[in-house]
Design a binder for this molecule. Sequence first.
Ligand code: AOF
Ligand code: ZN
Length: 377
Amino acid sequence: MTTLPSDVIDAHWMRVALALARRGLGQVAPNPAVGCVLVQYDHEGGRVVGRGWTQPGGRPHAETEAIGRAGKESLGSVAYVTLEPCAHQGHTDPCADALISAGIKRAVVATLDPDERVSGKGILRMKRAGIQVDLGCCNRQARQLNAGFLATRETGRPHVALKVATTFDGKIAAINRHSQWITGPESRAYGHLLRSRFDVILTGSGTVLNDNPMMTCRLPGLEKYSPIRALVLGHRKIPFDSKILSYEHGPPTLVYLGYKHSLAEDNVFLKKVEVCKVRCDTFGYPVLSEILADLVARGITRVLVEAGSRLNTAFLKAEGVDEIHWFRASTILGNDSIPVIGDLGQDNVEKLRRFSVIEQKRMGNDMYELLSKQANG
Ligand code: AOF
Ligand code: ZN
């Protein structure tokens, strides 16, 4: 029997823990989405004895879930955890202590928790208890997965993703603004899955006026995972019966109003939404950084922007885009149509906005690409 190098085995189990962690995305903010796998090794190799992930609302934490499932079998196991186990007292004991009491012999941790109540203390507690701790396995993937939590803790801003669905030449509508169904059903279904992994979907008046989207996740069984919806209204009015204003399935839509937006005084409108106060720029549009700060104050860590040229361009100009989920149909609209991104005023190719392609897959007759700024370093 050939034995695999231990770092290959560790990376295998950590990828399992990362897949479990992903289940929490969109459900756990402001907490991180963590995954934990407990593995018992014997002469035949590794066997999973417990699995856990951060539960909706942010508690229970992943480790206590895994320990609970493993029961006595956690004794002598190796714990693979996607984020440093916590060291603070919450409703339950710190996860580092829970792992110590459960009798694990080794902990493999993907990345440190920047939360000041933890940052290094979880690792230290386990080491002091005589547990072997190895840090850094799949660090990049773990940071990518928890980009929202890490960004809010490390920079005070959320993780911002753009979702765009374009023709092959990057257009979103014909010149008459006709735009529905540029991409196929596979892409649209994946787009709905994406929504469920974010804390909020942000859009603008143009998208509401042109497409009247619901902006919810409507995959069978996943409807309850629809995120909060937020709307930036510059100067234009939208109809009261716009689908994005219906709130039967969730909290009222958050609205960021432009300077002197005429709807601000309209009672019918105000009953349907929650108007959030932020400063406006000299053109009368709400300042994006203030919108993001307001969302973070509401406990949001992951923002999905599904909008038109104007907001996409504004976010790119403000260097506020961490990743782009790009769905590209195999059709061409030509230059006399609406581009997904407007003028950026770039006169120098050295100032190009650079991203790395970190995922690429075919979806029916479309292409899906995930571009990330973080992976670019
Ligand atoms: C873990 N495992 O699954 C998660 C952790 O509000 P609390 O008490 O739940 O604590 C939130 C903090 O706990 C959060 O900021 C982060 O540092 C950590 N999250 N830790 O060991 C988990 N979700
Ligand atoms: Zn914990």
